[in-house]
Design a protein around this ligand. Sequence first.
Ligand code: FES
Length: 109
Amino acid sequence: MADANVEWHPVIKASELEDEEPEHARIGDTLVCVVRVDGQIHAINDVCTHEYALLSEGFCDDGEIECPLHQARFNVTTGKCTAGPAEEDVRTYQVKVEDDQVYVGLPKA
Ligand code: FES
């Protein structure tokens, strides 16, 4: 889906991703968690909405990432917070893959 308001950034090779093994990426000041689930690659903001912890250091199963600090859970597809103590959803980003390169789409500044 083409979106003129999105700027694409290369983050990782698709072949380096393992199912349910989250990877951290930094795009400028934006910290991103990239994870593949059932062959589908997702990108969400890497910073937990509760306190400060990187979700890419958490545990992923059943399409959800568990925060390593207080175990809040977030759906990797929708960003929805499915278990507290966090209450806010985490932001999601568009993803595309071209020639094994994974790109994450951030809104244009
Ligand atoms: S920092 Fe993630 S649940 Fe507290």
